[in-house]
Write a protein that binds this ligand. Structure first.
Ligand code: HEC
Length: 106
């Protein structure tokens, strides 16, 4: 009887530990989201990316993109504070993902 109890306790603690292993978000997810996905999910619901890419091609700086993002929010875009910050970087310093989205080469 006693033995059985300790075995089920072992099983229970394994389940308990496994839960943590899978419940914790992986560091890659917790870090900055990928620019390509972020731009697609936040910016292409109202217009095509071509609208954004026209501006990306002009290589505008942070100030200009900040005005655009603020203007999009005025048009009812739902973008969190952290996402706004990330988008500013994604758009003013387009990485390979954003360049690819816009059909541009580095
Ligand atoms: C809720 C709808 C909506 C969302 C979401 C949205 N936009 Fe727009 N966007 C508009 C509308 C409407 C216009 C045209 C009005 C204007 O020119 O200000 C526009 C125009 C633009 C323009 C051209 C005018 C300018 O300011 O340079 C750019 C660039 C742009 N959007 C970029 C973006 C980016 C980047 C995102 C994501 C951060 C985004 N949009 C998300 C509605 C939206």
């Amino acid at each position: 009887m006693k033995r059985k109890t300790s075995r089920s306790l072992t099983i229970l603690s394994v389940i308990f530990l496994l839960q943590f292993t899978f419940a914790l978000p992986s560091p890659a997810v917790a870090a900055a989201p990928a620019c390509g996905e972020l731009v697609k999910s936040k910016c292409t619901t109202c217009h095509y990316e071509t609208r954004i890419c026209q501006k990306v091609k002009k290589r505008k700086g942070k100030g200009s993109w900040k005005r655009t993002i603020t203007s999009m929010i005025r048009h009812d875009a739902v973008i969190g504070k952290a996402e706004q910050k990330r988008l500013l970087t994604c758009l003013s310093k387009p990485d390979s993902e954003v360049l690819e989205l816009c059909g541009m080469k580095k």
